[in-house]
Design a protein around this ligand. Structure first.
Ligand code: AMP
Length: 418
């Protein structure tokens, strides 16, 4: 027997309704803001992610699924959706149709992480990218869309954390301050932090081990230049005006290199160690870095598996998919021909019908219908058919009635809609 690869999941059965629900809510919500879908390949040239996500990030250092294809090209299964979306934006000259451009995606992502609850090696994200606006109005829109998605899903127990990590100028001063702060602590921090001190000192704030040091570290908000400060203040003012709730977290820096300015993360109270359901921020330099022209932009992504855990933990009722509404059973040569016609008539009316295709006796057919949780059974028998009659059986109550062949569809429809 073959087993699935560690860190991946088979998604089926009762869980599927959560996926439909989230996909529908996401698509309907982003439609309200004018975002259109983009579907990019699930693998890209490795260099794309190194250039965008950053050489020194955990993703590039440890987590990418990279392989050589038969043409000796280095290929990577996408670990995130922004870089591919921006690659596609540039490659397809989407600037030509005017800016800003609003795009969203939904699909699988791949990261070689240690699997645990809420953390897989193949997981799914949806994300939005608002490409081309330098205004705080765009930052506010990103956060507003994220908030509305969560609200429309019915979630309550989440917190939006925001911060500004400034521009290169403010970050240079801040990095010096961080270096100074950590200079006399280097002997005591973990090996990752020792490395990050030299390669990318901001990453020290992401450390989950040396949290005590992180707590007292200098805060980037004290180092913002006037422009960045103003941009951040204006973004908050727009959110306040709409009464969007957020908390400021001056230690939030995000784990990818392409961010600058306003960044944000969404955490859910019931998720335990993996509490982040989403995150994003501004990435003004990414498009130029990837070969396009200077185009200020921002975006965010949310993890669908974690949203599902959050929905279940908050006990949010999600409607069952209307499947297996009616079972059509039959007995006899002539009956099964007519039964198949009835099944198709019902389907013409948008009803989900399971037709008995196993040559079984009536009680076995009814048992199968009960197992599939069909609401109603249409029973077509040879004797009844001679009288132009069919039996309708309510599977919940066991009640049965005889009905004229021509009225089967109408009556069955009424029953299941009750
Ligand atoms: P990131 O781009 O790393 O901030 O990821 C955005 C969101 O994707 C996170 O907040 C999670 O909800 C989700 N996510 C990231 N990595 C994983 C993973 N390995 N397994 C499941 N969900 C993930």
């Amino acid at each position: 027997m073959y087993k699935r690869i560690k860190g991946t999941e088979d998604i089926f059965g009762d869980d599927i309704k959560y996926w439909y629900y989230i996909e529908n809510v996401v698509k309907e919500t982003v439609r309200l803001y004018g975002y259109s879908e983009i579907r990019t390949p699930i693998f890209e040239a490795t260099e794309l992610f190194i250039r965008s996500v950053g050489e020194e990030t955990d993703i590039v250092q440890k987590e990418m699924y990279t392989f050589e294809d038969k043409g000796q090209r280095s290929i990577t299964l996408r670990p995130e959706g922004t870089a591919p979306t921006i690659r596609a934006f540039i490659e397809n000259s989407m600037m030509a149709t005017g800016l800003p451009k609003r795009l969203f995606y939904i699909g699988p992502m791949f990261r070689y992480e240690r699997p645990q609850k809420g953390r897989q090696r193949q997981f799914h994200q949806f994300g939005v990218e608002l490409i081309g606006s330098p205004s705080p109005l765009a930052d506010a829109e990103g956060i507003i869309v994220a908030d509305r998605v969560l609200k429309n899903l019915g979630l309550l127990n989440y917190t939006i954390k925001i911060n500004s990590i400034g521009c290169d100028k403010c970050r240079a001063n801040y990095k010096n301050a961080l270096k100074e702060y950590y200079s006399d602590k280097l002997d005591y921090v973990c090996d990752d932090c020792k490395r990050r001190y030299n390669t990318n000192v901001l990453r020290l704030l992401d450390c989950k081990v040396d949290v005590e040091y992180v707590k007292d570290a200098p805060k980037i908000t004290d180092y913002l230049c006037d422009d960045c400060k103003h941009h951040y203040e204006e973004t908050k003012r727009l959110l306040d005006n709409l009464k969007i709730k957020y908390v400021e977290d001056p230690l939030l820096v995000r784990g990818l290199d392409y961010y600058n300015g306003v960044v944000f993360e969404i955490h859910h109270g019931d998720l335990g160690a993996q509490s982040a359901v989403g995150g994003g921020g501004r990435y003004d330099k990414l498009i130029k870095e990837l070969g396009g022209s200077q185009t200020p932009s921002l975006g965010f992504a949310m993890g669908i598996e974690r949203l599902i855990i959050a929905l279940k933990n908050e006990k949010i009722p999600v409607e069952d998919i209307k499947n297996n509404e009616i079972f059509v059973a039959h007995l006899g040569e002539q009956a099964r021909i007519e039964a198949l016609k009835i099944a198709e008539d019902l389907r013409d009316n948008g009803i989900s019908v399971v037709f008995s295709t196993m040559e079984r006796g009536l009680s076995a057919q009814l048992k199968h219908a009960a197992r599939l949780k069909c609401k109603l059974c249409v029973i077509v028998g040879e004797n009844e058919l001679e009288r132009n009659i069919v039996i309708l059986r309510n599977m919940e109550t066991g009640e049965q009635i005889e009905i004229e062949r021509d009225y089967v569809v109408g009556t069955a429809k009424e029953w299941i809609e009750e």
